[in-house]
Design a protein around this ligand. Structure first.
Ligand code: PHE
Length: 469
């Protein structure tokens, strides 16, 4: 057999051997597992806090529905149609021209996100250890001031202490690697099916408890009462970036995951359900956190430390608080783990399919790169954290470039591809599962929004953020 033929056979083998999620429900949980993560429990509340509350939430929700869902569906189309990693997928759809570069940008964006995401996940893991060790027990009997400074000290230790943060980030990477090595069905599917429903249940309990605190009304007003005087161009771009980050779109994850969807998966239904459930989880996290912030007289705009400083305080006021606190951080750890699985899956399939390497080796290569570069982000308050590039440390820089530049740009490119370049009937056929679903008018609406509204909104936010309008 000639080498070419061998190559071809290898490829065919690989595609045939490509695993899928067993059912649409499993695909939903896995996709939701990617969407729900630190973005909901950590990022959403602190960005709402920094950007003035309700008006930001409203703009965010608009971004999810008018930009996030259309981009997600564009990526679902690309992923399920080609069943390839982003580089392979764009190569197949657009064999020449600038779209070939898009796949590489996706892989790079995935790396940028994981560089800081795994650091935060490490802090979450370390909190589990601290809680078990009893670092937060007895908080309830302290005065509000003492309790707040004790939790603040603990956070400072988690982000600035020498070797510990590196250790925790390493542990996160090992955990995720083991799940990834187990594969799509036995790893990703099995884990997300158990963890997602659990997470929902717990966050509802925490939300209900927070609503009974004395500052609840003020907290809810902050979250839901729009005050547009606080919205500026930075807030607009931040809301847009958050929508991309939350829904895991604009960087290849959804291209990869939808490549594992079965042919009977109703793509529009999946996207709708994922976006809706993900938004509910973010709002519940806000409902759990802001009442506490206001009843303890903390600053809503205290930035990335918000989650780590408020949640231990809520639980300190409850019966069996330490056990609940442990469960909450365990679930945050689960959520961040399932999101990280989907992030690292992008370079893993890229390496294994494009460089033709074994999946295990691809996992090892990806996580080693992340661990090494992670050293730059893991101590945002000391060591490399003090280095400034464009006035940001590495942690903020990776976050800013991925969420506010690469993902919106990646999303814009996907939307233009699926609504302006690809044949409309082909797009319709994929989204209606070969005309077996009766969703023609929904697809027409989607095409209209994707063609005119989504790109226009993206452009306006971009031009606005660079000061052109
Ligand atoms: N959506 C995840 C979260 O909100 C983060 C993520 C971004 C995951 C991009 C995968 C891809 O935590």
């Amino acid at each position: 057999m000639t080498n070419n033929k061998k190559d071809l056979n290898n490829k065919v083998d690989k595609i045939e051997k490509r695993e899928t999620f067993s059912t649409s429900l499993a695909a939903f949980f896995a996709t939701l597992g990617s969407a729900v993560g630190l973005g909901n429990i950590w990022k959403f509340p602190y960005l709402v806090g920094n950007n003035g509350g309700g008006a930001f939430v409203l703009i965010y929700i608009f971004c999810v529905f008018l930009i996030g869902i259309p981009v997600m569906l564009g990526e679902f189309y690309i992923g399920r149609k080609t069943k390839k990693n982003p580089v392979g997928a764009f190569k197949e759809l657009r064999p020449s021209g600038p779209y070939r570069a898009l796949g590489y940008m996706d892989v790079l964006a995935a790396f940028f996100i994981i560089f800081f995401y795994s650091a935060v996940a490490g802090w979450v893991y370390s909190y589990i250890f601290k809680i078990i060790r009893g670092d937060f027990s007895g908080l309830g009997s302290l005065s509000v001031g003492d309790a707040s400074s004790l939790v603040e000290n603990n956070f400072n230790l988690a982000v600035a202490g020498g070797f510990a943060p590196i250790f925790w980030q390493g542990l996160v990477l090992i955990t995720v690697s083991l799940i990834l090595i187990a594969g799509v069905k036995k790893g990703i599917e099995r884990i997300t099916k158990i963890l997602m429903p659990l997470l929902f249940g717990l966050i509802i309990i925490v939300g209900i408890r927070a609503l009974t605190l004395p500052g609840a009304r003020e907290g809810l007003n902050f979250l839901f009462k729009p005050d547009f005087s606080k919205v500026n161009s930075t807030a607009l771009l931040t809301a847009l970036g958050l929508a991309f980050f939350k829904l895991s779109v604009g960087m290849g994850t959804m291209v990869v995951y939808s490549g594992y969807f079965t042919e009977d998966n109703n793509l529009i239904d999946t996207a709708r359900k994922v976006a809706f459930s993900d938004t509910i989880v973010s709002l519940l996290a806000g409902i759990a956190i802001f009442p506490v912030v206001f009843s303890f007289g903390m600053e809503a705009s205290s930035g990335p430390a918000l989650l780590f400083n408020t949640i231990p305080l809520i639980f300190s006021k409850l019966a069996f608080g330490n056990i609940l606190l442990l469960i909450f951080f365990l679930l945050t750890a689960f959520a961040s783990t399932t999101a990280m699985i989907s992030l690292i899956e992008v370079p893993v399939v890229f390496i294994s399919e494009e460089l033709n390497l074994d999946r295990k080796l691809a996992v090892l290569i990806s996580t080693s790169i992340i661990f090494i570069v992670g050293i730059l982000t893991v101590h945002p308050a000391s060591y490399f954290g003090e280095v400034r590039i464009f006035n940001m440390n590495f942690f903020d820089l990776f976050d800013y470039i991925s969420s506010n530049i690469m993902m919106p740009l990646g999303g814009l490119a996907v939307i233009i591809l699926t609504s302006h370049i690809i044949n409309k009937d082909e797009f319709k056929r994929e989204l209606s599962n070969n005309n077996s679903l009766d969703n023609g008018s929904l697809i027409d609406l989607l095409i209209f929004v994707s063609k005119y509204i989504t790109p226009l909104l993206l452009l306006i936010v971009f031009l606005n953020s660079i000061g052109l309008i």
